[in-house]
Design a protein around this ligand. Sequence first.
Ligand code: PMT
Length: 217
Amino acid sequence: VSPQDLAGTRVLVTLGPTREFFDPVRFWSNPSSGTMGASLAVAAWLRGAEVTAVCGPVSLWLPPAIHRISVTTAKEMFEAASDIWPSADIGIFSAAVADFSPKSYGATKFKKDSGGLQVEFTANPDILGTLAASKRTNQRIIGFAAETGDLASLAREKRERKNMDMIVANNVLTPGAGFAASTNEVTVIDSNGREETWPTLPKTEVAWRLLDWLSLL
Ligand code: PMT
């Protein structure tokens, strides 16, 4: 029997990529598979939480007891997460949200003979940043940092700036970590100043350990 240390708590998880369309058939996105977030959603559910997963376009299965909301764009993810957040105890923001979306959305396909493609981008809402600003004292936030450089110092700064209780940094250029891998190698930093780098582990185990850490906060 799994520990029921999250019984009675409500958990919001964002996971997967978002898609920002240039035209009706092409989009700007990233390779997130949703595995890291799904592992967290399932771990929280196994530990007794009531879980809502706001999922970008991913092809993965979740137990039916997890409330799943499927979205496509960052704006849709923002709206869905904003609805759930006020009644959540824990927010886990693992989605790889596109930071920008194309400014004008053509109603028809761009033609390749139209002399190159120029697209102007506009900033998307920062879901975690916005929701963390209204965090109540009894709410907890786990955020992620997808980095390609000096993991720990970038993550320390990001955790504080975005009002997270815990940040999970992964170097998305490391083989066996980050996007679309079944394993991850993370540096975890919390608001008590604890910091650890874990070896490469299955994402399911990373998820379980993250919830162990959270229970100590
Ligand atoms: O899905 P997988 O294939 O398993 O891959 C897992 C992962 C690499 C996607 C995951 O481990 C991860 O790093 N997720 C966060 C990716 C990301 O967008 O990081 P960031 O450093 O750009 O964003 C920082 C935090 O703000 C993240 O918690 C992110 O969810 C959140 N954010 C970012 C931008 C935005 N517009 N809204 C947000 O909520």
